[in-house]
Design a protein around this ligand. Structure first.
Ligand code: DGT
Length: 240
């Protein structure tokens, strides 16, 4: 059964294993399939902690997370892995070729699937300009990519799976506005549910829902236009 990509948090509270303080406190929201959610908030607010619960890197301490109405605990991990694209804050690339790094997203990916994903992530031309193209070695034994190039490669790796739910945890922070906007235009065509942690107003403006997170709680939510009308805090962020 295919996931469609609705995501529901029901009274989710969370503390990291072995820690006594809650980093998420009674978070509830419902996201419809295909919606884009921009998550904003200061450092340590809990943005990454929320997102890690969706691919089940952790389970909620209290409350539950549902995808398409199913408690995540009842969804097979393999189905989740196939259907959720997740790029963590620090891109994880290993010493191998560009192709091997991309195939980590989908082990049976063909070269043309890799190229399509790389084009969407605006990294294909950078790759073809490298000495050995997709065969170029990265890391200790090869070349080093810039922060923004690593981020785009990580996004490409997540797109290869054609995920129903895509989670970009600050994975476009090093991209300029124009490149980020091209990547997001391409992601629109995947019709996936998108969670994106961002500090860019241009990205927040595109979102169906913006969530402002502070101290483990959702303190404001709405569209850009709604929050510009109702939230002093959002206006401060918008004008800063
Ligand atoms: P960022 O990434 O600096 O923009 O901040 P957020 O909003 O993503 O915050 P998050 O979720 O990384 O951190 C929320 C709180 O949880 C913060 O007090 C640090 C703590 N925390 C984050 N990751 C871990 C972890 O792996 N283990 C433990 N024990 N605490 C963590």
């Amino acid at each position: 059964e295919q996931l469609k990509g609705a995501v529901t948090f029901e009274h989710v509270s969370f503390r990291y294993p072995g820690m006594s303080t809650y980093v998420l406190k009674d978070i509830s929201f419902h996201i419809r399939p295909g919606e884009t959610v921009a998550i904003l908030g200061s450092t340590g607010a809990g943005k990454s902690s929320i997102l890690q619960l969706i691919p089940r890197l952790y389970d909620p301490t209290e409350g539950a997370v549902y995808v398409d109405g199913m408690n995540l605990k009842d969804v097979k991990m393999d189905d989740l892995r196939k259907r959720i694209g997740f790029t963590p804050q620090e891109s994880i690339l290993f010493s191998g070729t560009v192709e091997e790094n991309l195939a980590w997203g989908k082990s049976d990916a063909t070269l043309s699937e890799m190229k399509a994903a790389a084009q969407d992530a605006q990294i294909h031309e950078t790759i073809t300009d490298l000495k050995d193209g997709y065969e170029t070695k990265l890391g200790q034994k090869g070349i080093n990519l810039s922060g923004g190039q690593k981020q785009r490669l990580s996004v490409a790796r997540a797109l290869i799976r054609k995920p129903n739910i895509l989670i970009l945890d600050d994975s476009t922070s090093a991209l300029d506005l124009q490149t980020e906007s091209k990547v997001l235009d391409a992601i629109d065509k995947y019709k996936c549910t998108l969670f994106i942690v961002t500090q860019k107003l241009s990205t927040a403006k595109r979102a169906d829902k913006i969530m402002l997170i502070d101290d483990g709680k959702i303190i404001e939510e709405g569209t850009h236009d709604q929050l510009m009308n109702t939230s002093t805090l959002y206006r401060e962020i918008a004008y800063s």
